[in-house]
Design a protein around this ligand. Structure first.
Ligand SMILES: [Zn+2]
Length: 533
């Protein structure tokens, strides 16, 4: 007697192969047979006639470590068919926290994790005590977190002793089972790191078979040099590289996808172990402070707040922005492209653009941005439209680019339902399968599924997930290819995706008939000698 039998669906196995009709039998959390299962009996039988049966989606780039402790049912993700989330990205991880440093980290991460509490912990204790959740998690340690713990917000080269301190914390995290280290070189303190610091840490990663994941130094006017830096770290040290949310940001950089993808493809051909991911939207989301010139944040939050109220500093910001565009995002049409997502102190302006706030307050937009930031003590989060739809589609078509939401697990109720977060938190996977595959036809369904399952599993060196194979863990998503779609929008983001009927994690049904069963069967997956398991 099997635990589960999924009957009569179209199997898309995650390898990129075409759909085929087959049944799937599951026992003790694993797939035991794929084929004609006539004659097998099971406790639960799921009728998948007319639906696609795919591996559970792997969200290869997320920040759900900020919200899973508050929303363990992982609703905005599991309801898109996501069964595994890779967290601790862009240099930010919520562990390790050394004695006396919890408040520093909380202050630093509040623009991403305003509701989370922080406590002193080793990385290993963090993994052991991570709450039970509906999805599997793969953890990374953040370079910015390591730097904060070791040398605060200092803009300088680490001393030999500090370098050794960071390496020791990194080794501890890797021994505990972290996939690797992420960095966020676009903002302080990640951008204070020079290439020698990164190479030293990458050598530690390489020795352990771990991954170097990079939010590169620049995604706008110097994006190609930034991609080159990530590739060169892979080439110099032999470490596996994951380039996060690749994009061409800022009006001056649109249309350069051939160069962008060409560099990554050429590196792969030279044997560099480099992978990348993308979220399928023309807007990004970030703390508002990261759009200002980098010098504004030097010295930490207090120093920044002082500058935000200083007329001379604001004039200098204005000149820098006029010349170079917004930091990280390049030149945008106007401050109308920047919309407030989450503001802890002024919820009434969430959803308004900076231009709208400025005209309401009868001041100029930069002044308004500084005021909003000041009131929020630097913790305002925004959504900024800075990419071209043509580029987004061109990148999405590429088989070498995986799908990652760069979003958090949220819910339409409770503390994570506040503000106007980026719709990608709720819609990424459903948008690819509904809008781009079915409506626009720019990529095939088996390729799209591969980019969110088997391809990601390969990039993560995940041995027994990501593909529908006998013996693999039963992480399975059943969806209607004619119905699947994103419901979230920029104006109304807190809406679950549609068209996903059943989601199974480690053999347990989490979404049943489109509804959450409350099950929390997710595991913290650890990197070992054989990869992530
Ligand atoms: Zn990032």
């Amino acid at each position: 007697m099997d635990d589960l039998l999924i009957h009569g669906g179209e199997i898309i196995d995650g390898t990129g192969a075409a759909a085929r009709r087959a049944d799937v039998a599951v026992t003790d959390g694993r797939i035991v047979e794929i084929g004609d299962c006539t004659g097998r009996e099971a406790t639960t039988v799921i009728d998948a006639l007319g639906q696609v049966v795919a591996p559970g989606f792997i969200d290869i780039h997320t920040h759900s470590d900020f919200t899973l402790p508050l929303n363990p049912m992982a609703e905005s993700k599991i309801r898109q068919g996501v069964t595994t989330e890779v967290v601790g990205n862009c240099g930010y991880s919520t562990a390790p926290v050394l004695p006396g440093k919890a408040d520093n980290l909380k202050d630093f991460l509040a623009a991403g994790a305003p509701w989370l509490s922080f406590r002193e912990t080793t990385f290993s204790e963090y993994l052991d005590t991570f709450p039970q959740t509906s999805v599997n998690t793969v953890m990374q340690v953040g370079h910015a977190t390591l730097r904060l713990m070791t040398m605060g917000m200092d803009d300088r080269v680490p001393t030999t002793q500090e370098m050794a301190g960071m390496e020791r914390l990194l080794e501890e995290a890797l021994d505990a089972g972290a996939l690797g280290m992420s960095c966020g070189l676009f903002t302080a303190p990640g951008n204070y790191a020079n290439i020698d610091e990164l190479v030293s840490l990458a050598r530690v990663l390489q020795r352990r078979g771990a991954t170097y994941a990079s939010h590169v130094r620049d995604e706008a006017n110097h994006v190609l040099e930034a991609i080159d830096e990530a590739i060169s770290i892979g080439e110099t040290t032999g470490v596996r590289v994951q380039i996060a949310h690749i994009k061409l940001s800022g009006l001056d950089n649109w249309g350069r996808t051939d160069e962008l993808l060409g560099r990554i493809g050429a590196a792969k051909e030279r044997g560099v172990d480099v992978h990348c991911d993308q979220y399928p939207y023309t807007a990004g989301t970030n703390p508002l402070r990261n759009l200002l010139p980098l010098w504004v944040q030097a010295g930490g939050i207090e120093a920044m707040l002082e500058r935000l109220g200083d007329t001379e500093a604001i004039e200098r910001m204005r000149e820098d922005i006029q010349r170079d565009g917004l930091t990280n995002f390049g030149r945008v049409s106007s401050w109308d492209a920047v919309r407030i997502a989450i503001t802890p102190s002024q919820p009434e302006i969430a959803g308004m653009t900076i231009d709208e706030v400025a005209s309401e307050r009868e001041c100029d937009p930069l002044q308004a941005a500084c005021e909003v930031l000041l009131a929020d003590k630097g913790h305002t989060r925004i959504v900024v439209t800075s990419m071209s739809e043509d580029d987004v589609q061109e990148i999405l078509r590429s088989p070498m680019v995986m799908v990652g939401s760069d979003g958090n697990s949220l819910a339409i109720h409770g503390i994570t339902s506040q503000g106007k977060p980026h719709p990608r938190f709720y819609g990424t996977f459903a948008r690819v399968l509904g809008h781009y595959v079915r409506e626009l036809g720019i990529l095939s369904l088996p390729l799209a599924v591969h980019k969110m399952t088997g391809g990601s599993a390969d990039a993560l060196r995940m041995q027994d997930r990501g593909k529908l194979l006998e013996g693999n863990w039963a992480d399975i998503t059943v969806f209607d290819p004619d119905q699947i779609g994103e419901m979230a929008s920029y104006d109304d983001p807190h809406q679950y995706a549609k068209g996903i009927s059943t989601v199974i994690v480690n053999g347990k049904v989490v979404i049943d008939g489109g509804e959450h069963t409350g099950a929390l069967p997710g595991k913290v997956l650890r990197r070992g000698a054989q990869g992530v398991a």
